[in-house]
Design a protein around this ligand. Structure first.
Ligand code: ATR
Length: 273
């Protein structure tokens, strides 16, 4: 009884996740049990959205108070925000909307969600062998990762299959770039404190593979995959076998969801005291 439909009333505060597809999203399973435990008269619903403009009218009509935003709408919602956290501009995406003064406040909890498990791992297992990181991939997810790493003071090398895309991302943040190919192995070693995997390679439903099958791990790298299905990706499996410390993508998913819950709970208290 994830949605506690029998307990809903006209005063129940509505939250949700918008995306497409969204039916198998894990977010309702993360949010609803917490609302229940906190005794909140609130529910968090998955809402499949094609057309954002008409959905925003529905959101007003239903008085939705907070939204998680997922693929493919993380960029598309930005024009609907009335107040933007500076992080939205910096990473070019918004994954969290909270109603404020009749409009929408937007932020991205991806940066904090990415950094928190990293800080925890460093607190637990010690500093990386060098304050430098390799980011594999240059898509939307990589932007939040690069932004967060630069904030934390890491030197960063972005490697991407399409090198031009790595260049554009890297230049925006003033970091290094290169091609995702065996010729980059030596440079990778010079940035190997942390290796972050942000590509879709190794994701469930695709061929099980690592984007860097040619890289020989030293064993002193911290390896972080932001993909969470499967929990242990082929990249992490190879890293673990080499003796590396690993951080799984489910921890980022949980940390960014916790950050959203904090924002949604604050909105709930504003409304219900
Ligand atoms: P997201 O927003 O989730 O990061 P994306 O913008 O589609 O998604 O980016 C996907 C990333 O995975 C890109 O870095 C992509 O590389 P390209 O820019 O060259 O397309 C990378 N990627 C996808 N399939 C790949 C593959 N088979 N080998 C290497 N990289 C791949």
């Amino acid at each position: 009884d994830l949605y506690r439909v029998r307990e809903l009333s006209e005063s129940t505060v509505l939250f949700g996740v918008i995306g497409n597809p969204v039916l198998h999203s894990r977010s309702p399973h993360l949010h609803n049990p917490v609302y229940r435990r906190e005794g909140m008269d609130a529910v968090y619903l998955p809402i499949q959205v094609d057309d954002l403009t008409s959905f925003m009218d529905l959101a007003d009509e239903l008085s939705l108070q907070g939204l998680s935003v997922t693929i493919p709408h993380k960029e598309g919602v930005i024009p609907f925000l009335t107040v933007r956290d500076p992080v939205v501009q910096a990473v070019g995406s918004c994954n969290t909307m909270v109603r404020r003064d009749g409009g929408w406040f937007g932020t991205s909890t991806d940066v904090e969600g990415f950094l928190r498990p990293l800080r925890e791992e460093i607190a637990r297992g010690g500093d990386p062998v060098m304050k430098a990181a390799v980011v594999l991939g240059a898509g939307g997810a990589a932007r939040a990762v690069v932004y967060g790493l630069v904030q934390e003071g890491f030197r960063v090398l972005v490697l991407n299959r399409t090198e031009e895309r790595a260049r554009v991302l890297a230049e925006e943040f003033g970091v290094d770039w290169g091609a995702l190919s065996p010729e980059s192995a030596e440079r990778m070693r010079e940035f190997r404190g942390l290796i972050v995997q942000t590509t879709s390679v190794g994701m469930e439903g695709k061929e099980p593979a690592s984007p860097v099958p040619w890289y020989r791990f030293e064993g002193d790298e911290i390896c972080y995959d932001i993909v969470y299905t499967p929990r242990i990706t082929p990249f992490l499996e190879a890293a673990r076998r080499a003796g590396c410390r690993i951080i799984t993508g489910d921890r980022m998913l949980e940390a960014q969801a916790e950050e959203q819950m904090r924002l949604f709970a604050a909105r709930y208290r504003e409304l219900r005291g």
